[in-house]
Design a protein around this ligand. Structure first.
Ligand code: ZN
Length: 136
């Protein structure tokens, strides 16, 4: 597997507007994109930190994955995403090594990336996303 960097850290928030204000006014970052990912029932907001992003996730539906996460655990770090070259091969390789995949094949995430999640039961408790920007 060829991981190049941490693409982003996903953070579940219950109030996107307040969270954006914190990142902008206290941490001095600039939100450069807000995007709804309908099939994930989530609204996302992005900040750039070096070559890594902070991805804020606000649920648009209590039954969606972020809605359920916040109900169970509250707001906080939700997942970590690694940028990888050759996401299909990376998934095949992890599955062959016994890791449980949430997504057996990549799907489209925010910013047009190809993404796939590994199950936290196989990754020492960290919901792990692999992603690849194929437009680059
Ligand atoms: Zn993500």
């Amino acid at each position: 597997m060829n991981i190049t960097h941490i693409e982003h850290i996903g953070i579940a928030v219950s109030n996107m507007e307040e969270a954006i204000a914190y990142y902008e006014n206290i941490l001095g970052m600039k939100c450069y994109a807000i995007e709804e990912v309908k099939d994930q029932k989530v609204k996302t907001a992005f900040f750039m930190v070096g070559q890594t992003k902070i991805e804020l996730l606000e649920s648009t539906d209590p039954e969606g994955p972020i809605g359920k996460f916040i109900e169970k655990k509250g707001a906080g770090i939700h997942h970590m995403a690694f940028a990888v070259k050759g996401i299909e091969e990376a998934l095949e390789e992890t599955a062959a090594k016994g890791v449980t995949l949430i997504d057996k094949a990549p799907r489209k995430g925010a910013e047009g990336l190809d993404i796939a999640f590994l199950h936290p039961k196989s990754t020492y408790g960290v919901l792990t996303e692999l992603c690849e920007n194929k437009s680059k």
